[in-house]
Design a protein around this ligand. Structure first.
Ligand code: NDP
Length: 279
């Protein structure tokens, strides 16, 4: 059965409307999200537009601060620092990727932990690793939400994640571990990837290679989460060979319409939580 990320994301947005309205009533202003966009990346323009549309839908005020493609490191850092101090801004995110002349690490470090709604800061990451309250990265948080909404009890289950990036694989592993799964993280140096994947009750693919996870790597009845988004000549495809794997999986996320919509919904959730904590 498909896990319908589009529908679950719509439910999440619906539930956030009341929280955003309550915040506005008590504080006399809307919850605010600021997105710093360094111009020049077409895909980023689309992502930022989607984020601000989603904010408007739930009653979050979003502001896109645009910087020219050739802006200096100093200008980018100054912009983020100003937003960090702005009392009407509850969440700050810097849209990635940044042009190569900019030091992204230093720019991201200007976002204070409590406004780090992307969950990329070392402090949020550290708290996640220690199983403390934090703002977790949006994509893996979205996966956890999907699992919960579909009644997948992860406790004690064998979860295998393919991919160990800082924005997906690693935080995904920590969230599953914090939820009492038994977690294995695989990557490009893993010895027998097929063998590892075959043991998974829950298999998360976050690799960035079209249809990389084939049916012979999936246990009958496994829950398969496909984080991958690959643009091919046949359109958008995930990291999982969906047509074959869906015959074996008990639950599976399609691409598009699975994990993708959940990522934006979790950005809104993180922003609402950041604002509520600051009350
Ligand atoms: P990265 O390129 O940062 O990481 C890819 C990971 O896959 C690495 O850990 C790499 O291993 C591993 N890998 C690559 N090749 C192999 C292989 N042959 N065997 C085993 N492991 C391999 O990608 P991201 O984590 O940023 O993104 C992964 C995918 O998810 C992409 O398609 C991306 O577009 C998508 N994505 C989707 C989002 C959504 O909202 N749905 C959000 C973010 C990403 P190693 O570390 O050894 O190099």
């Amino acid at each position: 059965m498909n896990m319908d990320g589009k529908a679950v994301a719509a439910e999440v947005r619906e539930s956030l409307k009341a929280r955003a309205a309550r915040f506005e009533q008590t504080r006399g202003r809307k919850i605010g999200l600021a997105v710093v966009l360094v111009e020049g990346d077409a895909a980023s323009e689309v992502y930022v537009r989607n984020k601000s549309r989603a904010c408007a839908e739930v009653g979050i005020s979003s502001r896109t601060v645009r910087l020219p493609a050739d802006c200096s490191q100093e200008e980018a850092e100054r912009t983020v620092r100003a937003l960090a101090q702005d009392g009407t801004v509850d969440g700050v995110l810097v849209q990635l990727p940044l042009p190569s002349h900019l030091d992204g690490k230093r720019i991201l470090a200007c976002i204070p932990t409590e406004k780090d709604v992307d969950g990329f800061s070392a402090e949020n990451f550290g708290k996640l690793a220690k199983n403390e309250a934090c703002l977790p990265a949006c994509t893996p948080r979205g996966v956890m939400e999907l699992l919960a909404r579909y009644g997948v009890d992860v406790r004690g289950k064998r979860a295998v994640i393919v991919g160990r990036s800082n924005i997906v694989g690693r935080p995904m592993a920590l969230l599953l571990l914090n939820a009492d799964a038994t977690v294995t993280v695989c990557h490009s140096k893993t010895n027998d990837l097929r063998e590892e994947c075959l043991r998974a009750d829950i298999l998360v693919a976050a690799i960035g290679r079209p249809a990389f996870i084939t049916a012979d790597m999936v246990k009958e009845g496994a829950v398969v989460i496909d984080v991958g988004i690959n643009r091919t000549e046949h359109g958008l495809v995930g990291d999982v060979d969906y047509p074959k794997v869906c015959e074996k999986a008990s639950l599976i996320t399609p691409v598009p319409g699975g994990v993708g919509p959940m990522t934006v919904a979790m950005l809104l959730l993180n922003t609402v939580e950041a604002a509520e904590r600051a009350l």
